[in-house]
Design a protein around this ligand. Structure first.
Ligand SMILES: C[S@@+](CC[C@H](N)C(=O)[O-])C[C@H]1O[C@@H](n2cnc3c(N)ncnc32)[C@H](O)[C@@H]1O
Length: 272
């Protein structure tokens, strides 16, 4: 292919095309919501439409799925504006996914008891509304500075003194140790035993499990280990954050379904 000169490229970039039109739509939509709150119904609907119209032509599949998730978050924010005050349980299950647990307020971005974007603070609950919070395999989906630390700070407000917060997530220490020990073979064996997603399918090297734990297609923003979780808890003002286990969680709250993820995860219990 003949090399293009700078002028050629400039022309090409300026030429009207689907992508250009798409970018323009996104730019306009962003401009229209920049000054109003992102949550404004008109602004968010406009952004939603613009993003949907251009996601196909120029976004990578990873970007597309992240944008789609952000649109779900936007939807949760929008619905929250019209949500009625809830008479809810004092037990909060954050990022429940498909695991709706009886007797708990199961919260996620969509299809939950009460859809909430955990990246938007403050949480839509009054002070001291809960005695206990459980969140399994969610915090790694939140950006540390912009999302997780603010969430943890707000949990101090909504959980009553004497309460507890139970968290679990993939364990950075176990992932790294797994690579050093056998390049991920035992981590893969554990996933296969549980019928979980298999990053080493199609004869890929087992080490793909490390990539999967760290990134999960861009969904994972951070991995944590016990030290990092304790740092987070102390930074936002909790005095005690100790290592726990899935077994301890399940024996305390028998209604919770088994995840059987101890081999790759770290569990902590934070005292409020
Ligand atoms: C790996 S799933 C874990 C689901 C469930 N806790 C479990 O143990 O099977 C992560 C969950 O976190 C939720 N999540 C991630 N970011 C979120 C956000 N900003 N607001 C609300 N939920 C979020 C996702 O929708 C998803 O259901």
């Amino acid at each position: 292919m003949e090399a293009k000169s700078t002028e050629d490229w400039t022309e090409w970039i300026r030429a009207p095309s689907l992508i250009d039109l798409g970018c323009e739509t996104v730019r306009e939509a962003l401009k229209s919501v920049r000054n109003s709150a992102l949550e404004s119904v008109v602004g968010s609907a406009c952004l939603d439409r613009a993003l949907r119209s251009v996601r196909g032509p120029f976004m990578s599949s990873r970007t597309r799925s992240l944008v789609d998730f952000d649109l779900l978050r936007l939807g949760a924010r929008r619905r929250l504006k019209n949500a009625k005050r809830l008479d809810h349980s004092r037990r909060l299950h954050l990022g429940c996914g498909r695991r709706n647990v009886g007797g708990w307020l199961n919260v996620d971005v969509v299809d939950s008891d009460f859809d909430v974007d955990l990246a938007q603070m403050p949480l839509p609950f009054g002070d001291d509304s809960f005695d206990v919070v459980v969140s399994q395999q969610v915090i790694e989906h939140l950006d540390l500075d912009d999302e997780l630390l603010p969430l943890m700070r707000d949990l101090r407000r909504v959980v009553a003194p004497g309460g507890a917060i139970w968290l679990s997530c993939p364990d950075m220490a176990k992932a790294c140790q797994g690579y050093v020990d056998d390049r991920g073979a035992a981590l893969i064996a554990d996933k296969r035993r549980r019928g979980a997603h298999d990053p080493a399918k199609d004869n890929r090297p087992n080490q793909q499990v490390i990539n999967f734990l760290f990134h999960q297609g861009g969904q994972h923003k951070n991995l944590f280990d016990l030290e990092m979780l304790q740092w987070i808890a102390n930074t936002v003002g909790f005095e005690e954050c100790r290592e726990s286990s899935e077994a301890e969680l399940l024996s305390t709250f028998r209604e919770f379904p088994v995840r059987d993820d101890a081999f790759q995860s770290v569990y902590v219990k934070i005292r409020v």
